[in-house]
Design a protein around this ligand. Structure first.
Ligand SMILES: Nc1ncnc2c1ncn2[C@@H]1O[C@H](COP(=O)(O)OP(=O)(O)OP(=O)(O)O)[C@@H](O)[C@H]1O
Length: 639
């Protein structure tokens, strides 16, 4: 428990908030509504196949239709064969009469088996491709998502649900095929049953209905349970990641966190177990009820048939044939119910998938078309920005400009809004309508094609990526690079100090970085930062945004960066975020932020001279040596 002036407040629990609305909507789905969706799911399965291989999709459907026709032919032949065998007359003449039927039964069974093999071969071959294609679609949608999506609770849950939907696609074609096969058999068998005695058909449907309803209900229970468990599964996946990866392996040990992390893991695991137990109990309950009802239904069907035969309403040979066909009917019904229920479930996951794909989870990238040139001036006008999860505004009415050839530094205390502003300048966050604007040479960045805009931007973020790629790729990725021409790369490396790092790598630019991956070499934190700087300097960008670019650098490397920065800025607008105030002397202008507002703006000399200002206050604090023993030079020591 923590305490505030308002009294004790319970700790917030580690929890991912999924989109509860969608779960609620799913809960409200009725069995009939779900039944109506079954054809839609089957159609989706064939549409996905069609997109990959139209000929195979057509062949699969043709096989299904032929197979159903052959099934019906075989059953009619069975009924006729049985009638012939049970008819009056000599055994040989009865067998001779049954022979054509036996030939038809054997041929249709053989051909059906052959068609089944063709179906299975195509399905097994295409299913992984369908899933991969769906997965790639989710990846493309994710890459075309606004960065702010990640700040919305629920987005990651939706993304994961979509991913799961894509995974389920591996089964959709097979299950749709099974369902169609059962349906084909059922139609064939039902027509034979109706021919034998019309009363048997409605009775059969009645007998199968309770089992069907129960299976659909069980599928819904399982889907909802798995959707409810999604947030917990993500927590566990995150915990596993924290325990597995190298990035914090040292802190897990030095902070003696193993017990703490495992306790969290177990706690969430127990919640998942409870969820699974409840779902299993609910599924078992509906399944038992369904089984009882369908057993009762089957009893009624058999009793009716016995009554029809004994009362002379159906001949004995027809009765015998009905027994055989009924077995086929109940197998087909069981197939329809089983595969249908499973397809319902897949259909719900597909809804998650297609719901996400429709508009990238609600955060599709803005679709401006203007392709900007490198800007001469970047302007921020009355910009206000709030993070979706926060009640505070991160930026409040900020106005500033950066010209090409100019370096503008953003300074301020932690949480004052520097990084947020830097991301808005780089077009990573887009202002809401009416919340100000970021303009490049007078053009609102909201009207720009985001990819084309980012081509003009180079960013050194606080947490730069350490790609498990070669040193060359780590610097050139995302940029056109002429094979065999590393001149521009080396120029960027020299400006950032990465040349010294590259010189010591065992295979130079071709060295694989990150030791965790395929035996690559590992770099120190500062060496990685030099690579990240080289990556930004290599980009042919008109706007360079650097957020704490030298935090991990030694004094020599830092000095080199700031010595080279002025030359780099000649054809760029440069924005520099830093807490090291000695470094901002290089800037043409310094903008001081406080709680998302610009409170000072001027040159280094102006701001240091302003004794009552925040910059001067921070400067004095950074240079205050109170409590630190004075450093004496060797000459002073000797004197
Ligand atoms: N993703 C986010 N979601 C919600 N609030 C955020 C998010 N990122 C930052 N904030 C909030 O926005 C405000 C500004 O954060 P920002 O990172 O821009 O500050 P900063 O000046 O760069 O801080 P620092 O010097 O510590 O890097 C802070 O109050 C912070 O809590």
């Amino acid at each position: 428990m923590t305490t505030t002036t308002a009294g004790p407040v319970a700790d917030e629990q580690l929890e991912f908030s999924g989109d509860r609305r969608r779960v609620e909507a799913t809960r409200a789905i009725t069995v009939t509504a779900m039944a109506r969706r079954l054809p839609q799911v089957v159609a989706r399965a064939y549409a996905l196949t069609w997109r990959i291989e139209p000929r195979s999709a057509a062949l699969l459907l043709t096989c299904q239709i032929l197979s159903a026709g052959l099934g019906a032919t075989g059953l009619f032949a069975t009924a006729n064969g049985i009638s012939a065998v049970f008819a009056a007359g000599a055994t040989t003449s009865r067998l001779t009469a049954a022979l054509p039927s036996i030939l038809v039964i054997a041929t249709s069974a053989g051909l059906r088996r052959l068609l089944g093999i063709v179906n299975q071969t195509i399905t097994v071959r295409l299913s992984p491709r369908i899933a991969r294609e769906a997965e790639a679609t989710v990846l493309r949608a994710t890459l075309a998502t606004e960065l702010t999506a990640y700040d919305h609770s629920g987005y990651s849950d939706d993304l994961e649900a979509a991913d799961r939907g894509a995974e389920m696609c591996v089964e959709i074609l097979g299950e749709a095929q099974n369902l169609l096969a059962s349906l084909g058999s059922l139609i064939g068998a039902a027509s034979v049953i109706a021919y034998l005695h019309p009363l048997l058909l409605p009775l059969l449907v009645l007998a199968a209905l309770p089992q069907g309803l129960a299976s659909v209900r069980a599928a819904r229970v399982q889907y909802l349970a798995s959707r409810d468990a999604m947030a917990d599964r993500r927590i566990m996946a995150n915990l596993r990641w924290y325990i597995h990866v190298k990035a914090q392996a040292d802190q897990v040990r030095s902070d003696t966190m193993s017990g703490f992390l495992m306790a969290k893991y177990d706690q969430v695991g127990r919640r998942l177990d409870r969820n699974a137990k409840d779902a299993a109990a609910a599924t078992a309950k509906v399944s038992v009820l369904g089984a009882l009802a369908s057993g009762l239904g089957a009893g009624i069907v058999w009793a009716t048939m016995a009554w029809l035969v004994t009362s002379g309403r159906m001949s004995l040979p027809h009765g015998g044939a009905a027994v055989v066909v009924l077995t086929s009917v109940s197998n087909s019904l069981a197939g329809i119910v089983g595969y249908g229920a499973y397809l319902f479930r897949i259909g719900m996951y597909l809804d998650d998938l297609f719901g996400f794909l429709d508009n990238a989870g609600g955060f599709a990238l803005r679709t401006g078309t203007h392709r900007p040139a490198p800007p001469h001036q970047v302007t921020v006008k009355e910009l206000t920005y709030s993070y979706p999860a926060s009640e505070r505004t991160a930026l409040n009415g900020v106005t500033l400009h950066v010209d090409r050839g100019e370096i503008v530094a953003l300074v301020g205390e932690n949480g004052s809004g520097k990084t947020t502003l830097a991301k808005c300048l780089a077009g990573l966050y887009t202002p809401e309508p009416g919340a100000g604007a970021v303009e490049w040479d007078g053009t609102d960045t909201r009207t720009m094609d985001p990819q084309a805009m980012w081509e003009q931007v180079a960013v050194v973020p606080q947490n730069y990526a350490r790609w498990p790629l070669t040193a060359r790729e780590n610097i050139t990725l995302g940029q056109p690079h002429d094979e065999g021409d590393d001149e521009a790369l080396w120029a960027a490396a020299r400006a950032s100090g990465a040349d010294e790092v590259l010189a010591e790598l065992r295979s130079g630019l071709g060295t694989l970085l990150a030791v965790e991956w395929l035996g690559g070499e590992e770099l120190s934190g500062g060496q990685w930062q030099r690579i990240a700087l080289a990556r930004a300097f290599y980009r042919r960008a008109g706007l360079l945004v650097m957020d704490e670019p030298t935090a991990a650098l030694d004094p020599r490397a830092e000095h080199r960066i700031f010595t080279n920065l002025r030359a780099l800025a000649t054809d760029k607008a440069v924005v520099l975020v830093t807490h090291r105030l000695t470094n901002v002397a290089i800037a043409d202008r310094i903008v001081v932020l406080d709680h998302g507002e610009v409170i000072q703006c001027g040159t280094f000399e102006e701001l240091v001279a302003d004794t009552g200002g925040r910059f001067r206050e921070l400067w004095d604090l950074q240079n205050d040596r109170t409590g630190i023993p004075a450093q004496r030079t060797p000459e002073e020591e000797n004197a």
